[in-house]
Design a protein. Sequence first.
Length: 260
Amino acid sequence: MPELPDVEAVIGRIREKVVGQRITCVSVLDERLAAAEPGLGSLSGRTVVALGRRGKYILVSLDDGRTVAIHLRMTGNLIVCNRAEAVHRHTRLVIGLDDGGELRMVDQRRLGTVQIARDLKSGSIPGLIRMGPEPLTEEFTLERFRVRLGRRRGMVKSALLDQSLVAGIGNVYGDEILFQSGIRPDARVEDLGESRIETLYDKIRSLLQTACEHYADLHGRKDWFMYGRSRGYCVRCGGGLDRRKIQGRYSWFCPRCQDG
DNA sequence: ACAATATCCTGCGAGC
DNA sequence: TGCTCGCAGGATATTG
């Protein structure tokens, strides 16, 4: 489920209940998770000093300088609840907290990952090494976007899904951004032209910003492409949507409203 | 360099 | 009822 705004929402929901807490115990309920990161038990006794985000990664900073990088992939979620509460069927990791609460990672499809880095900058988390600029910060400038986009070819949707170009965009927000920009997902990057590149840049920023700010109301936004996408029609012209498989997943678009 | 495909997983609804 | 198929808001490796 999570793209940049979703990851932000998860962090916002749990931050106050986690930061400042000392970890009392760790139990890994999924063998693959345990095998991929054998050091999870060593988190016991440490205190969480901060919660952050890089791309779609949730970064948990500890008092010993280490960072736990959590990626929720398709179905992952983080919740904080009292230890007395029943453990949901798909719970893969439980981190006990000082105050009697528990941070739980729930992930139906088990594609989510948890990795511990001794030092975030050491490059021990492969997915973070070539992570592109954060779209909602000043490091993501039009100029930088233009240059990086200019160096590549192929379909625009592929470019948006590439985390090394811009961090945090996924399949759904990618479609939304392209709809707002009036650009087809299978348009070629090399054919875009200056004005469309600028539009794309603006929409990436404005859309992600709006989605983060009004995250709770997103479901009811009937003027969003996402709303019509799940129903197969265009929220602007009312016509039927087309879809095309790009990067192994479907991109939805309106053939009338997205011409470029 | 890019595109298509397979892979990692589970579960849901559609269609037979 | 039960089966198979396609699909799901992700990332990566491999092959053409």
